[in-house]
Design a protein around this ligand. Structure first.
Ligand code: ADP
Ligand code: MG
Length: 717
């Protein structure tokens, strides 16, 4: 009997029917986005200005204005062939959610109309009861509502007008990632604005910029279909490493395979119409792994674009007979996938506050943001780790070139020297000579230094890369705003503290502004410097990434104080998020464990027995021919037969024990305890059972093996 694996491999051998994609990179950038340019074509200048004002001030729009905008959106969307509209939001399940409503409606007399006004634009009430809420939603408050985010433009996706929204419970708690994120951006703006005013009184707004780099694997769809583990868990739970992995470093930046190239072209075109400016694409280190990155933009928009693109990638991959894997560790022993997040701050004049300027004063501004960002990250590093851990990311962090689990910030040796010089300035008021020396020889030299020293430490969880901070621990699958909400919050708190300290020096010690800033920076540098010299943490020295232990940082007193103080999360919301993440952790390991049990008992053991039958037939044949002397010729077969029996016994015993461990865990009503139980009692079986199964993969006749092997999955062209 032919296995599905064999059949599908044969299918691959015949020339694949590649979809031909001829369209050149589009000149229709943003064609499917209802941006300001479009809006202005449909509404009056007065209405447009009113809208901008209300966005800037965060005040409600009023029904008349909302009706005008809705009517403009409807006209534009229907004109472009849209038949439906949908509030588009980001629930805590980690994907996007949409509930499509047709524009089509009937009026009171039964006549067909197309209905979409301010009311439908601004708010919808989807049933919130089936989204993760961490206990916030009880059945009697199952209602939640989505509310329009006018800072992210609506767009047409397939034939639906999608309206980016936040998602909150009826009682006002956030049930999504966007709500706290938008709040954190606002708070950061307020705090950073105050610091900018020390240097430039004309600044009126600061916004965070974000540029992500998305890693992923592309696997032939028909081969992926032979793998229930990939289909159900997004990763391989079994599979022996191929004879050749990434040892030769021949995939990184290599020539993009033709079939993948077509996928990229298709993706870039669709992204372009949706206003996502894809800038780079390349092969990553592991075979079968790729990366795509856009031009950076306003952080809120960048996050929306990232999750929209991930959804798009799933769909486009199918067109090209690929399965795209965003899992953080789809394959054992080779690199996993992350999502590097580049973060910076821009003021309304377009000045990057984390980019050294041309004058000593602008460099002092740069240093203020640079030093305070590092101080914030180091002060709250456990909370920052909590925002990136997950069952799947735990498998990646600390292994195969991935960032270390212990959080440190890499800034390179030259900036470290600048900080040392600043730390050594004398306390109190600076003498004119000292100030001149500082301005000319220390901070005046920063741009030159940076130009040549974008030195990278690949395993640093956070690195300063010349004009932005790069966060590398975020998992490929996750929503970037989860971490950036925390970053925004901790930096905000730090900037507020910094301003208070500077103002105190100015008011109480009658210092000049730059003297005061130098003094506070010196003090801050003294606290962070010891932690900055840790570089190249060794893998073996790290504490392994552990989701259940790390997650409790959310609800520790310091975190609650931070988030409540800034009105980004209430204590209840933090507890809810902890619960959602713990439940996700438990479910992930539970599903993996069930899937592995099924694979082991229904696929691997029967395959091993089939091979044993072949061996038995062979041994019996030898016995027939050679009679009692047969052992001389059948000795290796007999050893093999026995070793397969041993593997089978160990696998079966492992599965039985694993099921018992799950049952025990499920009885624990405390979710934190249950998660810890799953980590220490269930998860190890995923490794031990796998080990035995992978040994069988090396033993059993190739044609009998039911699951596509690593060498087939990773090297298909
Ligand atoms: P790398 O070597 O890490 O690939 P790049 O310079 O190519 O570095 O930048 C990678 C990412 O950084 C891109 O997604 C880009 O959009 C983003 N980026 C560049 N400048 C900024 C900035 N000022 N703010 C936020 N992201 C930025
Ligand atoms: Mg990068």
């Amino acid at each position: 009997m032919d296995t599905l694996r064999k059949k599908n491999i044969e299918k691959l051998a015949s020339p694949a029917e590649l979809p031909l994609f001829k369209k050149s990179l589009s000149s229709d950038f943003g064609e499917n986005v209802f941006n300001n340019r479009q809006l202005q074509r449909y509404i009056s200048d007065h209405a447009f200005k009113q809208m901008q004002l209300s966005i800037e001030k965060g005040t409600p729009m009023g029904t008349v204005l909302a009706d005008q905008i809705a009517s403009a959106m409807k006209a534009w969307a229907i004109n472009k062939g849209a038949t439906h509209y949908s509030h588009w939001f980001q629930p805590l399940s980690g994907t996007t959610a949409e509930k499509h409503e047709s524009f089509f409606d009937l009026d009171a007399s039964g006549v067909q109309i197309e209905k979409f006004d301010g009311e439908q634009l601004v708010q919808q009430i989807p049933n919130a009861s089936s989204f993760p809420s961490g206990g916030i939603r009880n059945t009697f408050e199952a209602r939640g509502y989505t509310a329009w985010d006018p800072t992210s433009p609506a767009f047409i996706y397939e034939n639906t007008l999608c309206i980016p929204t936040i998602f909150v419970s009826y009682t006002g708690e956030a049930l999504d990632y966007k709500t706290p994120f938008i709040k954190s951006l606002q708070k950061l703006d307020d705090a950073a604005f105050e610091i900018c005013r020390y240097f430039d009184k004309s600044v009126s707004k600061v916004y965070a910029t974000l540029g992500w780099e998305q890693e992923f694997f592309l696997i032939d769809k028909s081969l992926a279909l032979t793998r229930p583990d990939m289909m159900l868990t997004g990763r391989t739970l079994l599979g022996h490493a191929p004879s050749k992995g990434q040892e030769l470093n021949d995939h990184y930046f290599g020539s993009i395979p033709a079939r993948v190239g077509l996928f990229f072209q298709d993706l870039e075109n669709e992204c372009s119409a949706l206003g996502i400016a894809i800038k780079t694409r390349h092969n990553e280190v592991a075979p079968g792994q790729y990366e795509v990155a856009p031009v950076f933009e306003n952080a809120n928009l960048a996050v929306d674009h990232n999750i929209l693109m991930m959804d798009l990638m799933n769909k486009i991959a199918l067109r090209h007979n690929f399965t795209v894997l965003f899992h953080e560790k789809p394959f054992d022993k080779i690199n996993g996938s992350g999502k590097h997040i580049n973060w910076s701050l821009n003021n309304n004049a377009g000045i990057n506050l984390l980019s050294p300027g041309k004058t000593p004063m602008s460099n002092l501004q740069f240093l203020s943001f640079f030093v305070n960002t590092i101080a914030a990250i180091l002060k709250y590093k456990e909370l920052i780790r909590a925002a990136t851990v997950s069952a799947s990311n735990d498998l990646r962090i600390g292994k195969n070139e991935a960032p270390t689990s212990d959080l440190f910030v890499f800034i390179g040796i030259y900036l470290l020297e600048v900080l040392e010089d600043l730390e050594n300035v004398s306390k109190g008021k600076l003498s004119p000579e000292e100030k001149t020396d500082l301005k000319l020889n220390v901070i005046g030299k920063i741009p030159e230094i940076l130009l040549d020293n974008t030195d990278r430490n690949r395993t640093a969880p956070v690195a300063f890369t010349g004009n932005k901070f790069e966060f590398r621990t975020v998992g490929a699958k996750s929503n970037c705003s989860k971490l950036i909400t925390v970053i925004n919050a901790v930096v905000t708190a730090q900037l507020i503290e910094f301003k208070t300290a500077v103002d105190q020096f100015i008011d109480k010690k009658k210092m000049k502004k730059d003297d005061a800033i130098f003094n506070v920076l010196r003090e801050t540098i003294a606290t962070i410097k010891p932690e900055l010299s840790i570089e190249n943490l060794k893998e073996e020295e790290q504490t392994p990434s552990s989701t259940p232990s790390q997650l409790t940082s959310y609800t520790q007193a310091a975190s609650v104080e931070l988030f409540e103080g800034l009105s980004i999360f209430s204590k209840r919301e933090l507890e809810a998020r902890l619960l959602v993440d713990l439940e996700a952790y438990i479910s992930t390991i539970q599903i993996e464990s069930r899937t592995l049990g099924d694979l082991a008992r229904n696929h691997i053991i029967p395959t091993a027995i089939r091979y044993q039958n072949i061996l038995i037939e062979n041994i019996q044949g030898l016995k027939e021919i050679y009679g009692t002397g047969f052992k001389k010729y059948a000795s290796e077969q007999l050893i093999l037969l026995e070793s397969i029996s041993n593997y089978i016994a160990q696998i079966n015993e492992g599965v039985t024990k694993m099921i018992a461990a799950r049952k025990k865990g499920n009885q624990l009503t405390d979710f934190h305890k249950r998660a810890l139980h799953y980590e220490s009692e269930v998860k190890p079986f995923l490794t031990s059972i796998r080990y035995q199964c992978d040994k069988l993969e090396l033993t059993v006749e190739d044609s009998l093996w039911p699951l596509a092997k690593y060498r087939e999955l990773l090297f298909v062209r």
